[in-house]
Design a protein around this ligand. Structure first.
Ligand code: NDP
Length: 296
């Protein structure tokens, strides 16, 4: 069997198109222009790239994009003051503080300062709890993107056995909640899981979110399974030239493709979905803040 490649880049493009339609309807029917504020502290090059990309996509779907760049030595109190100012600003419907923040700032204090109504990363305890009990609100962006790809690929997920490898607050745990909500039987594996290969072999759906290149082998995969590879690992690629790198996932893509029914590539699978889902969350918070039912 050669697996179908799940094209996350194209799905994300279509999703951004639908989001742009929702933005124009919010404007024309309700006079609301959704606004997303992105805050970055310091000059970490990877974070700079993410933030620029987020700002570009926000503007491209017709939302207001507010970018706040603070120097690396910004005191925590100043960052918290900016967050409080954004909480009070009625033109801002989503607030994202790019993580990681510099070491002298406690990320938990930052997350706690964000108004849950504007927490488009779904980091605040209030929103984590809402996802758990199924109330409307923003949903963690990467797991939401994975769920959309799985639903698109498989239709109903009911009764499928999903094995998630990784239990982080960012990916593994919210993924577990979302798959449970879709009536999967969910197993969450982590670094202390015994016989991981045997656990993964039982899965109709594998979500790998570990950060270890090619960890999931082809012979761990049940024939016909659907594989979502969240992992992003930057590896040296001397074949592309000196000092060049390439991205690979947590799954041995070539070997798994021989066994699985469908698989996401890295790059071009889950990655592009994350920013699209951030925009979807901003539509959700803008709608809820104005007493409207979220369209996405
Ligand atoms: P974390 O480092 O926070 O979590 C990694 C998880 O993997 C932990 O739960 C850890 O277990 C588990 N783990 C580590 N080693 C093993 C092992 N040998 N066997 C089984 N489980 C193991 O990572 P994140 O969840 O933040 O990210 C995971 C990957 O996804 C990274 O590559 C990251 O770059 C990528 N990512 C991609 C995104 C995208 O947009 N595509 C967005 C977010 C992340 P334990 O809890 O026991 O330590």
């Amino acid at each position: 069997m050669t697996a179908k490649i799940i094209d996350g880049k194209r799905f994300a493009e279509d999703l951004r198109g639908r989001i742009a339609d929702h933005v124009s309807r919010l404007k024309s029917e309700h006079g609301i222009i959704p606004g997303l504020a992105v805050v970055i502290v310091g000059e970490d090059p990877a974070s700079q790239v993410y933030v620029s990309s987020k700002a570009k996509h926000t503007a491209a779907v017709g939302m207001n994009s507010f970018k706040h760049e603070l120097p690396a030595d910004t005191p925590e109190a100043d960052l918290l003051a900016l967050v409080h100012q954004l909480n009070a600003d009625p033109t801002v419907h989503g607030i994202l503080v790019q993580m990681p923040v510099p070491k002298h700032i406690d990320p938990n204090n930052v997350i706690e300062a964000i108004d849950p109504a504007k927490d488009v990363d779904c980091f605040t305890p209030a929103n984590v709890g809402k996802v758990q009990i199924g109330l409307p609100g923003p949903v963690s962006c990467t797991p939401l993107g994975c769920l959309m790809l799985l639903r698109d690929e498989l239709g109903s997920l009911e009764g499928k056995h999903a094995v998630i490898i990784g239990r982080s607050n960012l990916v593994g745990k919210p993924m577990m909640q979302l798959l449970l909500r879709d009536n999967c039987t969910v197993t969450v594996a982590h670094s202390r899981t015994k016989n991981l290969d045997e656990v993964v072999r039982q899965a109709d759906i594998v979500v790998a979110a570990v950060g270890r290149p090619n960890m999931v082998k082809g012979d761990w995969i049940k024939p016909g399974a659907t594989i979502i590879d969240v992992g992003i690992n930057r590896m040296p690629a001397p074949e592309k030239g000196e000092g060049k790198t390439r991205l690979i996932g947590d799954v041995d893509f070539a070997a798994a493709s021989e066994v699985a029914a469908a698989i996401t590539p890295v790059p071009g699978g889950v990655g592009p979905m994350t920013i699209a889902c951030l925009l979807a969350n901003t539509i959700t918070t803008a709608s809820l803040m104005n007493g409207l039912t979220p369209p996405v």
